[in-house]
Design a protein around this ligand. Structure first.
Ligand code: MSP
Length: 514
């Protein structure tokens, strides 16, 4: 079996993750489930990024130790990942002792190799982003990443020779056209960072202590981004002296899934660190767009944060998964509001999907006691539906290979739409009135059941519980993603999959809770 190693960014433990951060784990989960379905030996890793000055400050504010602070937040993050029904194989934490020890060994190896040297850093520091900037990198005198105030800082620090790897990095970009996706992000990296020339990177800090100490100079702690990025290898058994068989099997990663704001760390720093360690580079980094609240960034100060656990309470897991997977395009930001979420649930999940399943199974039960086989009385009218069932698998594969998740879901809904139209065109209620049309009616219902079955299999990576529930109602064990001529259906009483939401009442209910 071919392996497939997929990672998410590891989330900061500075606070509870909002629905935007949660989007990424759901996206990774959909890809991981899809690859498993295709027979890959998938390894899916996620986790938390727990060191740094910001956490040290937050813990102090709360009157707890940094470790106590991150233990609580990491627990909460894991809880939310679990609520979202994500099938990760490992949840890693940068405070895990194995990781901490390996980071020290990695730092030492780079130092011994001459890629890290001691120098002095003078620059403008953004504490929330844990990043130094030069004057020219600032935007309106503020941090170019988050827009907050930066402060002057100077400290003795270790530096990593990024510049040494610049040519090899460009060479890698050129010879691996799929390394950075979407294409526009690659151009950003080349024009904004590589063309002006890579600066050596400050890679240790002395101004705070909540980090992994440099073992041969412990007043320094390792820069959080070196600490965080290496999670992708330390947790699968990388060791500078003796990498494990698991590491040899899994590395290089097939896909690092990260948000557009941190693509620079993953496509410039990370490859250079790996080159320094003499290990291969990941195959692909996908910088996904963001989920915004209306037109705004979600933030506590704006009071527009939505949390996944609340949304799941209001709407159910699969409705939330559907929304984020379908509504965030491949390259542009997506938006979420209660209003649009309810509209989508009603139009897509309740109307198109829920109604189809409910109507079809009810007809199977009403006309044939649920027992339906293919009487093969096919008419030309059927062709379009049957063709679309058979071509669905290929179309989805194509979309998924290009990481166009929303478009893959669209392909499934196209077949569902066609199925609804097929009911209108074949008018089963008319056929049922004529004894001579009973066999034709059976074929019609059979075709619809097959369409639903194949769609439910295709839906599994995106809406796992809904797919399972459809399978239960169809009462079939057939998991082939193609139209099957010879199934024997014995459907059970249908239960509504998604109930239509009364928007005004729901919005009032949400408001009252808030
Ligand atoms: N700790 C770093 C990642 C280190 S990876 C070696 C970090 N953490 S984060 O908690 O701020 O973000 C986690 C992920 O969520 C990042 O990939 C980030 O881009 C993503 N998102 C943060 N806000 C988001 C939205 N509003 N929408 C979609 N993704 C968002 O960065």
């Amino acid at each position: 079996m071919e392996k497939y190693y997929i990672t998410t960014a590891i989330a900061y433990t500075s606070g509870k993750p909002h629905i935007g951060n949660t989007y990424e784990i759901v996206l990774a989960d959909a890809i991981a489930r899809f690859k498993r379905q295709k027979g890959y030996d998938v390894y899916f890793q996620t986790g938390t990024d727990e060191h740094g000055e910001k956490i040290e400050l937050k813990a102090k504010e709360k009157g707890v130790t940094p470790k106590e602070f991150v233990d609580e937040v990491a627990q909460d993050i894991k809880r939310i990942w679990n609520i979202m029904n994500t099938s990760y194989d490992k949840f890693v934490r940068t405070t895990d002792p194995i990781h901490e020890r390996q980071v020290q060994k990695i730092f030492k190896k780079m130092y011994d190799k001459g890629d890290i040297y001691l120098g002095k850093y003078e620059g403008l520091y953004c504490t929330p982003c844990e990043s130094f900037f030069t004057e020219s990198q600032l935007v309106d005198g503020k941090c170019p990443d988050c827009g907050r105030e930066v402060k002057k800082a100077s400290e003795e620090a270790y530096f990593f020779k990024l510049s040494k790897y610049q040519d090899r990095l460009v060479e890698y970009y050129n010879t691996h056209p799929d390394f950075i996706k979407p294409e526009s992000r690659k151009n950003e990296m080349i024009n904004n960072f590589i063309k002006p020339g890579l600066q050596d990177l400050c890679i240790s800090r002395t101004s705070f202590t909540w980090g992994i100490p440099v073992d041969f100079d412990p007043k320094h702690v390792v820069y959080v981004w070196l600490d965080a990025l290496t999670n992708y290898i330390t947790n699968i058994g990388y060791d500078v002296d003796n990498p494990s068989p698991e590491f040899k099997k899994l590395w290089p990663a097939d896909l690092h899934l990260v948000g557009k704001d941190i693509i620079r760390f993953h496509t410039i720093y990370w490859p250079c660190f790996l080159m320094s360690l003499d290990i291969p580079l990941p195959k692909q980094v996908f910088g996904h767009p963001w989920l915004l609240f209306g037109n705004d960034k979600m933030s506590k100060s704006k009071g527009n944060i939505m949390y996944a656990d609340d949304l799941v309470n209001y709407f159910g897991v699969d409705a939330v998964r559907y929304y984020v997977l379908h509504e965030i395009p491949y390259a542009n930001d997506g938006t979420i509001t209660y209003d649009t979420l309810i509209d989508k649930i009603n139009s897509d999940l309740a109307n198109i999907l829920g109604n189809l399943v409910n109507r079809t199974i009810s007809m199977a039960n009403k006309y044939f006691d649920g027992k339906v086989i293919n009487t093969k009385l096919t008419e030309s009218l059927d062709k379009d539906l049957l063709d679309s069932i058979d071509s669905l698998e290929g179309k989805i594969e194509d979309r998924m290979d290009r990481l166009e998740i929303g478009a893959a879901i669209d392909e499934i809904f196209e077949v569902l739409r066609k199925s609804n139209k097929y009911i209108d065109d074949t008018t089963p209620w008319v056929l049922s009135k004529d004894e001579n049309s009973k066999d034709r009616l059976k074929t019609v219902i059979y075709n619809l059941l097959e369409a639903i079955r194949v769609c439910s299999i295709s839906l599994e990576p995106f809406l796992p519980s809904t797919a399972e529930e459809i399978k239960r109602q169809l009462n079939t064990s057939d998991i082939s993603p193609k139209y099957n001529q010879e199934n024997i259906y014995n459907t059970i009483t249908p239960m509504p999959l998604f109930v239509r939401i009364d928007k005004d009442a729901k919005l009032k209910g949400i408001e009252n809770k808030g």
